[in-house]
Ligand binder design. Structure first.
Ligand code: PSU
Ligand code: MN
Length: 305
């Protein structure tokens, strides 16, 4: 079983066995989502924020074929700097383990591992989504069906702004994945507060989200809950400003025929170049904000038992 292949740190293991709150964190944002040393600094800060919220952070990755739930500072440095780290989505897990390879885990792979480890709350930046030309490319991230396959709460700031947000919400509906927005009825746009897409369910507190999840587990067992948490307004980039950078980054990767797993990292880094790092500052702010909410939700869930 996947569970038997997982190496959990003593801190995370103890927290889980005592029913204390734990928040899973993914590692693709570290190895493929941000430049060094911002990636390492942000990942360390995010772990600290989860702790401040009263939960134990569990950063997930695969190192030399070992599935890790919780990593050391040295391992974080390695994930932040090495160019040997693959990007693993859920279906890659057996190959990375069999080949004793190193991989950062995407949302889909992190969910599979977190769930097997018994973790119920997970924080990321922006989920993988329906790609901008999905009707011709069929690029629909493996993150989306995975959100529905594991009984876990995923806290994000929406889909990345260069994805098809309306299409993503349609896909989530088709898959039967409950979606709530925190504090507003508009689905956020990653770098910006509002994608313009309305969502039916609005929650105003971590306790309310934890209560709904408990009922979801009873009524729709085996399914995840997606929580969209808008970027803090002081760090948001208005859509009118970021749109030009997105269009130009999309044209840049199209010219170079960058597709598949390389697409999202290439677009993120091109947008950061074009905006002179402003998109990166926004990305840091939103993942920190998601870590805080995830920690609060995990704490609220732990109180329920
Ligand atoms: N959020 C970020 N930066 C990232 C990611 C999320 O702020 O780099 C990662 C997540 O690991 C997510 C992945 O699963 O991007 C999506 O990749 P793709 O679009 O190839 O499915
Ligand atoms: Mn994709």
């Amino acid at each position: 079983m996947l569970k038997d292949l997982i190496n959990t740190t003593a801190e995370v293991r103890d927290a889980l066995s005592e029913g204390r709150p734990v928040v899973a964190l993914e590692s693709t944002i570290i190895s493929h989502g941000m430049p060094y040393p911002t990636n390492r600094e942000t990942a360390a800060a995010v772990e600290g924020i989860v702790r401040e919220a009263g939960a134990v952070p569990a950063t997930i990755a695969i190192l030399d074929g070992k599935i890790r739930v919780g990593i050391t500072a040295e391992e974080l440095e390695f994930l932040s700097t090495s160019d040997t780290i693959k990007k693993a989505c859920e279906r890659d897990i057996p190959f990375i383990v069999a080949g004793k390879l190193c991989a950062a885990t995407t949302v889909s792979a992190t969910l599979a591992i977190a769930h097997a480890a018994g973790i119920r709350v997970f924080a990321t930046g922006g989920i993988g989504a329906v790609g901008p030309d999905a009707s011709t490319t069929m690029d629909i991230s493996a993150d989306l069906p995975a959100l529905g396959r594991y009984e876990c709460i995923t806290v994000c700031s929406g889909a990345k702004a260069f994805m098809d947000v309306a299409g993503t919400l349609e896909f989530l509906e088709t898959q039967g994945i409950p979606v709530v927005v925190y504090g507003t009825d508009r689905f956020p746009l990653f770098y910006s507060l509002d994608s313009g897409e309305r969502v039916d369910w609005v929650m105003e507190s971590a306790g309310e989200i934890a209560r709904v999840f408990a009922i979801q587990v009873a009524t729709l067992p085996g399914r995840g809950l997606l929580v969209a948490n808008p970027i803090p307004s002081e760090s948001a980039i208005p859509e009118s400003e970021i749109r030009k950078a997105i269009d130009s980054a999309l044209a840049y990767v199209a010219e170079r025929k960058i597709t598949g797993k390389a697409f999202t990292p290439a677009v993120l880094s091109r947008i950061a170049e074009i905006t002179g790092g402003r998109s990166l500052t926004a990305n840091i702010a939103l993942i920190r904000n998601n870590a805080r909410l995830a920690g609060e939700i995990a704490a609220a869930l732990a109180l329920q038992k």
